[in-house]
Ligand binder design. Structure first.
Ligand SMILES: [Zn+2]
Length: 492
């Protein structure tokens, strides 16, 4: 149709439609203008005083040397309606009492709802003890200090909120994750500390064997009893002019460790943070760029390939190598990402009731007390049998059930699941199968020990041996996954 034959009525409609769409476009632009996405990041130092108890071993060790400083590393995000904060703490395990107290203080200072804070421990085994575990007792002075400093970190990150752009991505770092639970060749005895036989062995080759058994030789090893997860997820934030603000990553590796007794270090979590800040080239800016590495679903994953003869490196050399590889892979993917001007944020949290595996009878507890009294170093428990006898006695005083916090953060399409346990990799993989754009932060918002799947419980092994650090009911992971799915639906 030729232009000059268009009727005046059609022209009128065209003009009306055009002005309407201009108006609508104007509204969209206006809405986008109003939807300012903001981010802020900060750290606070939580290095303990020398002499403070180090957490993570079966015994008390006092800090005698600081290899590298410990931090709370925080990232605050704000979509204009909802604010969320991640606080990742260089500590082995942190109970809910510490996290709740820190959240309360941070809420009082910022007004941020406590449900909108996701706090987690990295699981470095060379940090100060905030929580009793095995025979390492929390240092009450350090505990109070850490509560204040975690709250400070959140407050500082919220205080640094400024317009920002956000992206997330996922790399693959398969070379540093190994399932640490192994089937052994038929006929190799694997006694547990309670007089039964296991079907798998944690870290074959380590000293964690009941009396009378030796670490296993390579020709006795059969195959790993579970998978690994090579994914390295990360959330990255830049200022509108491109300056890096923060990068929070997640990798499913328990820790690297290997440092000497008494040494304070943030393990590879701290080394990653340091390296990514260096690689992004903005670690001298103000406010400083904050690198963060959270612990994924890594309860049964270590950094040792038992298939190969072990070339033991000096401890910090291995830590630097793992940190380098994770940081380089994250950076490689980061360079390919398109940053969003705005993404919606969502939060859901609930508690789930979980049973505790308590000793079955009074006789069992009395027998355990007798084993404890027989310790040559009483009250110090030295042998594996004595240590687990102590755990039996401690657990006999526990309530039959605990209430454990579950939480989901949603950032655009990305779901972050927070679980208060040392989550087995199978559980993280299951959640990733159901929600391919997701990751788990373990040891988050509380601490309830190892979280194997029911199938892994059947196989036995260290992570299932009943202790305060492994006391949840056999079906706990099923209940936790169901609870997380319910929360995932709530944030959709
Ligand atoms: Zn652990």
């Amino acid at each position: 149709m030729d232009c000059d034959v268009v009727s005046p009525r059609i022209w009128l409609w065209t003009i009306l439609l055009f002005s309407f769409s201009l108006h609508a476009a104007g509204q969209t632009v206006e809405a986008a203008k109003q939807r300012v996405f903001r981010a802020g990041a900060a750290t606070s130092n939580i290095t303990p005083l020398l002499g403070t108890v180090i957490s993570g071993g079966f015994q008390n060790h006092a800090a005698t040397k600081v290899h590298d400083e410990l931090h709370v590393r925080c990232l605050a995000l704000d979509d204009g309606t909802t604010q969320i904060v991640f606080a990742v703490v260089d500590s082995c395990v942190i109970d809910r009492g510490v996290f709740d107290a820190a959240k309360k203080l941070a809420h009082a200072a910022t007004g941020l709802p406590v449900e909108n804070m996701l706090m987690s421990a990295t699981h470095t085994h060379s940090g100060g003890a905030m929580t009793d575990v095995h025979q390492s007792k929390a240092d009450p002075v350090y505990r109070e200090f850490a509560i204040r400093r975690i709250a400070d970190g959140v407050r500082l990150a919220v205080g640094n909120l400024a317009p920002a752009r956000i992206a997330f991505g996922c790399g693959q770092v398969p070379q540093h994750v190994f399932n640490r639970r192994w089937y052994l060749k038929p006929g190799v005895p694997m006694p547990d500390p309670f007089g039964s036989q296991d079907r798998v062995k944690m870290n074959p080759g380590s000293g964690m064997s009941p009396a009378g058994t030796l670490p296993f030789t390579m020709d006795q090893l059969d195959r790993p009893a579970g998978p690994t997860d090579a994914q390295a997820w990360f959330i990255t934030v830049r200022s509108p002019d491109g300056r890096p603000v923060a990068l929070l990553a997640n990798y499913s590796l328990h820790y690297v460790g290997g440092m000497g007794a008494g040494e304070i270090s943030a393990d590879y979590f701290g080394a990653f943070a340091d390296r990514i800040e260096q690689l992004l080239g903005a670690d001298r800016q103000g406010p400083p760029l904050v690198g963060i590495l959270s612990n994924g679903a890594s309860g049964d994953i270590n950094n040792i390939d038992y298939r190969l003869p072990r070339a033991i490196k000096p401890p910090y050399e291995q830590i630097a190598l793992v940190a380098e590889d994770v940081a380089q892979e994250v950076l490689r993917i980061e360079k390919t990402l398109n940053y969003h001007n705005w993404l919606p944020l969502g939060v859901a949290q609930k508690d789930v009731m979980l049973g505790i595996r308590k000793p079955g009878s009074r006789e069992e507890v009395e027998k355990a007390r007798a084993i404890m009294k027989g310790s040559k170093d009483y009250p110090r428990m030295v042998t594996v049998e004595e240590k687990y006898a102590r755990e039996t006695v401690v657990l006999s005083e526990y309530p039959p059930r605990v209430s454990a916090p579950l939480q989901v953060f949603k950032i655009g399409d990305l779901r972050v699941f927070a679980v208060p346990a040392e989550v087995f990799v199978e559980i993280g993989l299951e959640l990733k199968r159901r929600y391919p754009t997701s990751f788990v932060i373990g040891l988050a918002n509380g601490y309830h020990g190892y979280l194997p799947t029911p199938e892994q419980h059947v196989l036995g092994g260290y992570e299932t041996w009943r202790a305060v650090s492994a006391c949840l009911e056999v079906d706990a992971s099923t209940k936790i996954v169901a609870g997380l799915e319910e929360l995932a639906r709530q944030v959709d």
